[in-house]
Design a protein around this ligand. Structure first.
Ligand code: GLY
Length: 387
């Protein structure tokens, strides 16, 4: 059960009863403290702030977050998520995207690169053609002739593929920037400090310590992705993803780009941006938090990418990078109430953090603000991963 909770509208800090906060006054008091300033933490902070809460974010400055191991695909169908509560969650989130992005773009006056461009999943001779089980969703099987006509330039080994017109993409870096600007415009306090410890007693969180101060809040939200297990005993582990980008070697108007849709093959995706960049990802490695790009990671990605779309071998390489997805044992996110009455989880989004940002923000804000628990949340309860 969530602790009954009243939002303090319009105040910077709330006044709390002394007994709740123990003897020591924190350096920083807030209404809701969000631990984690990645895509999920920012989306939640903005949603809660727009509903009138006072929100503070505690953010480690992290260049390796899960959002970095992403190309921003909105791909519940291409990711072949089987019919399940997870698929329902992903589809609901995909449906929220257009309005959510419009709202963020209106506040920030930036563009987040949302592009409902569809995703094409080519397959090769040796792969099994698995017939699409999601019969209520839009998809189309394209045979060899049809797929090569539909997307010129595919590798000669492609013998067909699925077309998912309702999947799409968002430029995850542009989205992150947009969220940061919205948070600033809404005057959400963001502290660039690493949470060292979540101090608990019985079923209450008492405070969060960083190197330099303590934070106390009426409610705490854990959105620390792959690093969640550093703070609380939940089963979230890093799954490294290496990525790279190339760019078109010639200037090209947006409507004449040779790739106008995402290509999603076996262990490879090729995501064209509207400015001519092409993002290629991603490896999936159990190497803990080992940083860096490796020759074998890059070789694997380039080999697979060139096999699907051979023209890429001539494109200039722009950048290599990597990030850590927050994986859970069943690959499902951990959402909702926790063992501690005043702490909520929004973590473990694994391969779908960008896709799930809007639905996570809506459902978790409903839960914290109105104690309204969407029935879907029961499938993502922390209990299955508590160690
Ligand atoms: N969402 C794609 C990935 O995690 O690689």
């Amino acid at each position: 059960m969530l602790r009954p909770y009243k939002l303090a509208l319009g105040k910077t800090f709330c006044t709390y009863s002394h007994s709740f906060f123990e003897e020591t006054l924190a350096d920083t008091l807030t209404d809701i403290l969000i631990i984690g300033g990645g895509i999920i933490g920012l989306s939640l902070a903005i949603e809660l702030k727009l509903r009138g809460a006072n929100v503070t974010i505690l953010n480690r400055d992290c260049q390796e977050a899960g959002a970095r191991a992403a190309a921003g695909m909105l791909a519940p169908q291409a990711e072949k998520i089987p019919p399940s509560p997870m698929l329902d969650l992903c589809l609901q989130s995909r449906a929220l995207y257009p309005k959510w992005i419009s709202k963020l773009e209106a506040i920030s006056e930036l563009t987040a690169g949302y592009w409902p461009c569809g995703i094409l999943s080519p397959i090769y001779q040796e792969e099994k053609i698995v017939y699409n089980q999601q019969s209520t969703l839009k998809s189309e099987w394209l045979d060899q002739d049809a797929i090569h006509q539909f997307q010129p330039g595919l590798g000669a080994e492609v013998i067909g593929g699925w077309w998912y017109p309702d999947d799409g993409q968002v430029d995850n870096r542009a989205l992150f920037k947009t969220l940061q600007v919205v948070a600033r415009k809404l005057k959400i306090d963001i502290y660039e400090e690493l949470a060292q410890e979540i101090v608990r007693r019985d079923r209450q969180v008492l405070e969060v310590k960083t190197f330099s101060r303590k934070f106390q809040a009426n409610h705490y939200l854990l959105a620390t992705g792959a690093w969640s297990n550093d703070l609380l005993p939940i089963a979230v582990y890093p799954k490294k993803g290496q990525m790279l980008s190339v760019c078109l070697p010639y200037p090209c108007a947006r409507e004449r780009l040779p790739l106008q849709k995402v290509l999603f093959g076996d262990e490879i995706y090729i995501v064209p941006r509207q400015d001519g960049r092409i993002v290629i990802g991603a490896t999936s490695e159990n190497v803990g938090f080992t940083s860096g790009n490796t020759p074998s990671g890059m070789k694997a990605l380039l080999t697979r990418a060139i096999r699907i779309y051979p023209e890429l071998q001539h494109y200039p390489i722009q950048e290599f990078w990597w990030g850590f997805r927050p994986e859970t044992p069943d690959e499902l996110p951990i959402l909702g109430s926790s063992y501690w009455d005043n702490l909520t989880f929004a973590t473990g989004h694994y391969r779908n953090g960008i896709l799930l940002a809007p639905i996570t923000a809506m459902m978790i804000a409903d839960l914290i603000e109105q104690q309204k628990s969407d029935p879907l949340l029961t499938y993502f309860h922390y209990g299955r991963t508590f160690m």
